[in-house]
Write a protein that binds this ligand. Structure first.
Ligand code: XBP
Ligand code: MG
Length: 252
């Protein structure tokens, strides 16, 4: 790899465990408010998480699990309205119940900033969801730390399509071989790899059994000096948490 110049972070599941107690709950609150008898249990949500993007996920749910549903004349608009309401619920939820960053995320971001490594976000989720989490967890200024915050519908095709990563590369004027992506999901890994970007995976309960053989490294989290990571795949030598020194060793 050429000299590392940028770290690109996925949001949901990677920066914070937002899916089970965040997005899922926001979807359910929205459905109840709209008088729909749809309820996404923790395990069902694991199945439909296969489809990235909230609007796309609702479509998929209806097709696969609710073929009985009588769609309104304009289903796309109906889903777009639900999704808008869901984004509001998610914002409220983030304000009510703080979802912390995963171990090592802030430390790595701080280290990257101190070494002049550029930062970006590549998420499937809607923009306000990403910016609210960042602001809440890293402060308002953090929005300026990320040169590009690529989110939601900014590209036509969501992960596992590479579009969101290609968008980030274009906006930053960087080649894929000087970037490193951080993802938690199989779909995210495919997206980053199709864009040619080496990827480190930190799994979570929803993603831990998926195939990550194309990743540079698979961990249970980035770890902290006092809270070592567990290595699922890859060679970290005597490393016990992910910092830039370990990244450089892995890349060379
Ligand atoms: C995760 C997703 C998103 C969220 C829901 O994105 O797949 O769809 O679950 O967000 P990533 P929206 O891991 O790429 O950050 O409802 O805003 O689409
Ligand atoms: Mg993710």
């Amino acid at each position: 790899m050429n000299k590392l110049q940028a770290l690109i972070f996925d949001v949901d599941g990677t920066l914070a465990d937002t899916e089970r107690d965040g997005h899922r709950v926001a979807f359910n609150r929205t459905f109840a408010e709209a008088g729909l008898d749809w309820n996404w249990s923790i395990s069902l949500y694991g199945e439909i998480l296969e489809v990235a993007g909230g609007k796309e996920r609702i479509h998929f749910y209806l097709q696969k699990y609710r073929p009985d549903f009588q769609p309104p004349a304009d289903l796309t608009q109906f889903i777009a309205n639900l999704h808008k309401a869901k984004t509001h619920h998610y914002q409220k939820l983030l304000a009510e119940a703080v979802i912390p960053l995963r171990p090592g995320v802030k430390r790595l971001i701080d280290q990257a900033r101190s070494q002049g490594i550029r930062l970006a976000i590549a998420t499937t989720s809607a923009l306000p969801n990403a910016t609210t989490l960042l602001t809440q967890q890293l402060g308002k200024d953090s929005l300026d730390w990320f040169e590009v915050i690529a989110a939601g519908d900014i590209v036509a095709a969501k992960k596992p399509a590479p579009d969101i990563y290609q968008y980030v590369l274009r906006e930053m004027g960087l080649n894929s071989d000087v970037c490193l992506a951080f993802e938690d999901s199989h779909q995210g890994l495919i997206a980053a790899r199709k864009a040619g970007i080496q990827t480190i995976i930190t799994v979570n309960d929803y993603t831990k059994d998926r195939d990550f053989s194309d990743a540079l490294l698979v961990l249970d989290c980035l770890g902290e000096p006092e809270q070592p990571f567990r290595v699922i795949a890859g060679d970290v030598g005597d490393g016990s948490y992910l910092d830039l020194d370990l990244v450089y060793r892995l890349l060379n």
